[in-house]
Design a protein around this ligand. Structure first.
Ligand code: CU
Ligand code: CU
Length: 346
């Protein structure tokens, strides 16, 4: 039996017998009532009213965003510039990050024992201008040693890997990472403690945007989307796929945009365990800027591929109103949560 079938069979079996998922899943646990449980059977008439376009599967109900402390709809635009000050002619962005272990309701009725930066998945979207100083006070309030490893250009001591500079930041300890924001483009950060895939998949990652000195070309709306996976039973295979922390979120809560608006998406792939992720936009094409390090697009397309830590900027405009899907073109990923809609209105 191939991996895909066995994984989905496991999920169906586990979710059909509410409350017993813990047997196979070391610590993901079901909460709330059975009616709120996700369903994965795309064929059942019973759930047809919940299906998205294409007859894709979906979820019954929503997670409790308030209890989680974050909402993927807000995360699209919550660019975090930190506390901004001037020092010797340089702009300094000061951030306070705390690693915290936290139960997060990732699917209706399923709480995941996440490891987070500041209690959210993904962590805050750091944003600064090329040449600015990033000063990040990191405190480890978790039960496990962690680090923050940034992509970008910086010294060895600030690389956030075991053995470099302070190395692993132990529970209860602190360290301040500091470096200049360069090069301009779209980057990311994540924990670099080992086993690496586990530390990332548990939720320790986020986007890091470095704006060019003279800014990007003007657009009407900017959104950040961090793609990742959810391995609820810790078998090093993803059970669900998502953007900005919660599977199916933008299918249930379409992103409102207007006809004619120029849209820019900062798209980051933090998926572990699967080699490739993808992004496909319906009924439209986008300009693609890999890593965001050039102001000239490399491609005009409707589908792109990203491996782990690859990222890029997408720009597009809708000419007509409608409900347009965006999703991984790895169909399995889409059916397991990585799907959403743009609600385009006049
Ligand atoms: Cu870690
Ligand atoms: Cu990395």
């Amino acid at each position: 039996m191939n991996k895909k079938i066995s994984r989905r069979d496991f999920l169906k079996a586990a979710l059909a017998s509410i409350g017993t998922i813990g047997g196979a899943a070391a610590s993901a646990k079901l909460v709330g009532n059975a009616n709120a449980a996700p369903f994965l059977d795309g064929g059942g008439d019973k759930h047809n009213e919940m299906m998205g376009p294409h007859g894709m599967v979906g979820v019954n109900g929503e997670v409790d965003h308030e209890a989680n402390g974050f909402n993927p709809t807000d995360m699209l635009t919550d660019f975090d510039y930190g506390e901004v000050t001037q020092e010797n002619g340089q702009t300094v962005h000061t951030y306070n990050f705390v690693a915290v272990d936290k139960l997060i309701e990732m699917m209706p009725g399923i709480e995941f024992p996440a490891w987070t930066y500041n209690g959210r998945i993904p962590g805050p979207t750091i944003r600064a201008t090329e040449g600015d100083r990033i000063r990040l006070n990191f405190q480890n309030g978790s039960e496990h040693p962690h680090t923050i490893h940034f992509h970008g250009i910086h010294s060895y001591e600030m690389d956030g890997v075991p053995g470099a500079g302070p190395g692993l930041i132990q529970p209860g300890e602190k360290f301040t990472y500091e470096f200049d924001a360069e090069p301009f483009g779209l980057h990311l950060y994540h924990c670099h403690a080992f086993p690496l895939a586990r530390h990332i998949a548990k939720g320790l990652y986020g986007a890091y945007i470095v704006d060019p000195k003279d800014g990007w070309p003007e657009v009407d709306r900017e959104f950040v989307m961090v793609m990742s996976g959810l391995d609820i039973d810790f078998d090093d295979e993803n059970d669900f796929y998502m953007v900005n922390g919660i599977p199916f979120h933008y299918q249930i809560n379409p992103i409102d945009i207007k006809v004619g608006e120029k849209i820019r998406i900062f798209l980051v792939n933090m998926l572990e365990f699967d080699l490739l992720n993808s992004f496909h936009l319906h009924a439209n094409f986008f300009h693609y800027y890999p890593t965001g390090t050039s102001l000239t697009p490399s491609e005009f397309t409707d589908t792109i591929l990203q491996t782990a830590a690859q990222r890029g900027i997408l720009e597009f405009t809708y000419k007509q109103p409608g409900l347009f899907m965006f999703h991984a073109h790895n169909t399995e990923f889409a059916e397991l949560g990585w799907t959403g809609n743009f609600n385009v209105t006049e």
